[in-house]
Design a protein around this ligand. Structure first.
Ligand SMILES: Cc1cc2nc3c(=O)[nH]c(=O)nc-3n(C[C@H](O)[C@H](O)[C@H](O)COP(=O)(O)OP(=O)(O)OC[C@H]3O[C@@H](n4cnc5c(N)ncnc54)[C@H](O)[C@@H]3O)c2cc1C
Length: 397
């Protein structure tokens, strides 16, 4: 709880100004703390007369940091397929492990994983902990969580990374909770702090308006999830060698209260904008659902897929699987053509890693032009038909 020392407080209001949650008011010359206080500590740091302190909010688990070593990546494997984010995380994991001078390990849980463990080594892992059992044919929080929690407790890695996928988001928080660790979700950048080796976990905060870097200086493991397509995978190197450790599975780890009766492919699974090299994105500038006909036509001519801003998804012009951005998907195609999209920070967060960005917008001051490599200022209803007929003409010739 945040305590105000009334003797020391001079009512200067600096804490009030520094509180991002509007939790402090200065009343009758003294700071008063409201219900919205999150114990973030910003006011304590800003107080020039040391009148504020947090009591009972310190992390209760202080661990022997030296006992925790190594970088781990949970590598998602489902229905016989390794999730691409696993290789992306091995890429950043390798960088972190080298910076710390420690080993990079992968955890592979699934049924009939075949040569996947060898593949993980070729993409950067030094050790693969493989838990291969028919009990893992279908994902359940309990079984996957039990295996990962047990492995982490035994081997004590200092860093654990996982994909912010449906599966990662489902069971990784439970694992962090079982270990008494924190978890930074949806990181966009990971680094090591040189002085003490702490993991610097950067992610958008306050609706994407600021990037916050989070550190866990006194507890281990440091756990983060990362969205697909944010990190880059390494080149495959089949000459790399590593160890594959078969995980000893206790019967209790394979038990779940959940029985999966059937697994069906969602009708939206044919839309995977994260896999396409070319995306044509439509925004509110399309005026209506009908405007997407032009976007689809251009995408078809370019062999690409259709993406969208949240504004048009919310308007029901197109389905959520097409949404790019902070609350949609992160994409990194070779070419992203943004049509009638203003370039709000929450949209840009999901597509700024695209290799080449082309923006079509009638407002020359639209923020999308700040991230675009090529910009066309004009009416998309005039420009897109011309572009489509040019491509058609080019194809024919
Ligand atoms: C917490 C939070 C999360 C969010 N998550 C996302 C997210 O994941 N993805 C996302 O996209 N947004 C997200 N948003 C919403 C975001 O802030 C914007 O509101 C949204 O991206 C705007 O969509 P838009 O660019 O299509 O529409 P607008 O901002 O309305 O822009 C339309 C653009 O079209 C141009 N235009 C109009 N007519 C024409 C024409 N005929 N020819 C050419 N140009 C034309 C206009 O000049 C304008 O720039 C989020 C917001 C919040 C608060």
């Amino acid at each position: 709880m945040l305590i105000v020392d009334k003797e020391l407080c001079i009512g200067c209001g600096i804490c009030e100004d520094n509180c991002a949650f509007g939790a402090i008011d200065v009343v009758d010359g003294c700071a008063v703390v409201g219900d919205t206080c999150t114990l973030c500590g910003a006011c304590v740091d800003s107080c020039e007369v040391d009148a504020l302190k947090i009591e009972g909010g310190e992390k209760s688990v202080q661990v022997d940091l030296a006992a925790w070593s190594g970088v781990w990546v949970y590598c998602e494997f489902r229905g016989g397929v390794l999730a691409p984010v696993s290789l992306e995380l091995l890429g950043v994991g390798r960088k972190l492990a080298d910076a710390r001078g420690v080993k990079l390990s992968a955890v592979l849980i699934g049924a009939d994983t075949g040569a996947t463990a060898e593949k993980l080594i070729a993409y950067g892992a030094d050790i693969v902990y493989r838990a291969d059992d028919q009990a893992f044919t279908y994902f359940t929080d309990e079984t996957y969580g039990a295996v990962l929690t047990d492995l982490i407790s035994q081997h004590k890695p200092e860093v654990v990374l996982a994909g912010a996928t449906a599966i990662g988001r489902s069971f990784i928080p439970g694992v962090a909770n079982a270990l008494g660790a924190g978890l930074t979700a949806d990181c966009t950048q990971l680094d090591i702090r040189e002085e003490d080796g702490a993991l610097l976990q950067t992610r958008p905060a306050f609706g994407g308006n600021i990037m916050a870097t989070i550190v866990c200086p006194s507890s281990r493991p440091q756990m983060s999830t990362v969205r697909p397509k944010v990190m880059k995978e390494l080149e495959e190197d089949t000459s790399r060698s590593g160890a594959i450790v078969e995980v000893n599975l206790e019967p209790a780890m394979l038990e779940s209260k959940v029985r999966v009766l059937e697994s069906v492919i969602s009708e939206h699974d044919d839309v995977n904008i994260q896999e396409s090299d070319i995306l044509v994105g439509g925004g509110r500038g399309l005026d209506s659902e009908k405007g997407f006909e032009l976007i689809r036509e251009l995408a078809m001519h370019l062999n690409g897929a259709v993406s969208a801003s949240r504004a048009v998804v919310d308007s029901g012009w197109i389905g959520y699987p097409h949404q790019v951005g902070q609350t949609g998907k992160t994409v990194a195609p070779k070419l992203y053509i943004a049509c009638g999209i203003s370039g709000a920070i929450q949209h840009v967060a999901g597509m700024q890693s695209s290799e080449t960005i082309v923006a079509i917008n009638r407002d020359e001051n639209a923020p999308i032009f700040d991230v675009a490599d090529f910009g066309i200022v004009g009416d998309l209803f005039e420009i897109l038909p011309k572009l489509i007929s040019k491509i058609e003409g080019h194809r024919k010739s």
